[in-house]
Design a protein around this ligand. Structure first.
Ligand code: ZN
Length: 465
């Protein structure tokens, strides 16, 4: 009998890796993500399955917590096939190379310090290098198109459907025949929010004997997006009118493109005061390039921009900042700038030097547009820190701090339940990709609204399907 084991995203959000083992010995791995935040230590452990036995790796989307450990598969002997949409593989390359780069930098820094203590043998080398990423990506690939069934082998098919989470994202439907009976398993991947500025809403799914569904926001409903957009616009306009600058720490994929679209919308509606906008993140620039190559997959608003002026994201105020020198030059500009820079949670990246030069001045504003994890600098600022330490210097926070929570790349509880309601046939439901306390609330809601039991998956647990 076929079974599924989850080796990540079980009672936690990160580290997605779900292994489907079929009766005939075929093994399909759905995602192979990095653990982030509190569970980071798990990344350096050996993968909990034999990579050389895996026939297919399926990527639902390119976020680090879904693809980030896949170069390790290759290092540990995987020689099967990768199945994903075109944009997912392009974005995954950007993400994995960035991750390899950060690990290398981190290693160098720790090695130097450890060397001075005579403890360099204790420093763990990076999990993988840029070369490992490229080697992994030389594996045989099968590119998926939404709605088109792919035959993997006799009696095993897979279909990708648009999940509306980030460009290229999908929920996948795997059908196989076992003992003469067809079975259908659906993995939701991460499901998008209906109000996404850049992407269309997730498609509906109709059938599943087994559903593995994400539960990141299974415990709550998001604030109305229109309130968030108004709050965003007001902060930008007020700050610029008062001679200040707006700093936006942003994630490179999806959130940055959403921010660019909103600013372009304001510009086209003549709502944007005279200003210069800097996208100061090489990774976000690379990701935006990938978005530009797949404009047909973007939202109505993006299509409208494309038809009206031949480009989705470009407009006269926007400048892409590639080099460190150009980034530092922005510090010389006194007022009238909007600076979008990484990292999204301010635990590194160019946003830090902008903070150093702007946070002390009360005319400036910082807009947080994404989740800030515990232990990050972003979280400290959001929670009201009066000053921070940067580059061995104490910086007082006089700038106004705004946290806008309505932007989310994930469906909330009501959207998840609504998505489940569209199934004509829905068998067993399993909850993954969520913190346990939130999953318990989500399980309650599923019981109440759909009269259905759901099971919260444990790491390593064998679920027979
Ligand atoms: Zn995601």
């Amino acid at each position: 009998m076929a079974f599924i084991q989850s080796f990540g995203a079980a009672k936690v959000v990160t580290g997605s890796a779900h292994l489907l083992s079929l009766d005939n010995g075929i093994k399909i791995l759905i995602d192979c993500g990095m653990f982030q935040g509190e569970n980071e230590d798990k990344n350096s452990e050996k993968l909990e399955f034999s990579s050389d036995e895996i026939d297919y790796v399926v990527f639902t989307h390119a976020h680090l917590d879904h693809v980030g450990r896949s170069p390790l598969l290759f290092k540990e002997g995987f020689r099967g096939q990768i199945i994903a949409t075109h944009p997912t593989l392009e974005l995954a390359r950007v993400i994995m190379l960035d991750s390899a780069h950060l690990m290398k930098e981190d290693y160098r820094l720790h090695f130097k310090k450890a060397q001075r203590r005579g403890e360099e043998n204790r420093v763990k080398p990076p999990l993988y290098t840029a070369e490992d990423v490229e080697s992994f990506l030389t594996m045989k690939k099968c590119y998926a198109t939404y709605g088109k069934r792919i035959k993997l082998q006799k009696d095993i098919n897979i279909t990708f459907h648009n999940a509306g989470h980030i460009l290229g994202s999908a929920f996948v439907e795997i059908r196989f025949i076992e003992s003469g009976i067809e079975k259908c398993v659906v993995f939701s991947g991460d499901l998008g929010n209906k109000n996404d500025v850049v992407l269309p809403s997730p498609e509906d799914a109709f059938e599943a004997d087994t559903l593995y569904i994400e539960s990141t926001y299974g415990d709550r409903n998001h604030k109305d997006i229109s309130d968030s957009i108004d709050e965003f616009k007001n902060t930008v306009v007020e700050t610029l009118k008062n001679g200040g600058n707006v700093l936006i720490p942003s994630f490179a994929i999806e959130r940055t493109q959403e921010i660019l679209c909103m600013l372009k919308f304001m510009y086209k509606n003549r709502e944007l005061p005279v200003c210069r906008i800097f996208l100061d993140s090489p990774m976000a620039i690379r990701a935006t390039r990938v978005y530009n190559r797949y404009t047909e997959e973007l939202s109505q608003l993006c299509q409208q921009f494309l038809n009206e002026d031949g480009s989705v994201f470009d407009f006269p105020n926007l400048e892409f900042i590639k080099t460190q020198e150009a980034s530092k030059k922005i510090n010389d500009i006194k007022s009238g700038t909007i600076i979008i820079a990484g990292s999204g949670m301010c635990n590194g990246g160019r946003i830090l030097h902008h903070f150093k030069h702007r946070l002390w001045n009360k005319v400036n504003a910082v807009i947080f547009v994404g989740f800030q994890a515990r232990g990050t600098l972003g979280r400290d600022i959001v929670e009201g820190a009066r000053w921070i330490k940067l580059y061995h210097e104490k910086i007082k926070i006089n700038a106004s701090i705004h946290t806008i929570n309505g932007f989310s790349a994930h469906a909330d509880q009501s959207e998840l339940i609504e998505w489940m309601k569209h199934f004509n046939r829905l068998g067993n439901v399993y909850l993954i990709h969520g913190e346990e306390e939130k999953q318990i609330i989500f399980r309650e809601a599923i019981m109440q609204k759909l009269d259905k039991r759901a099971h919260i998956v444990e790491s390593g647990e064998q679920i027979y399907i």
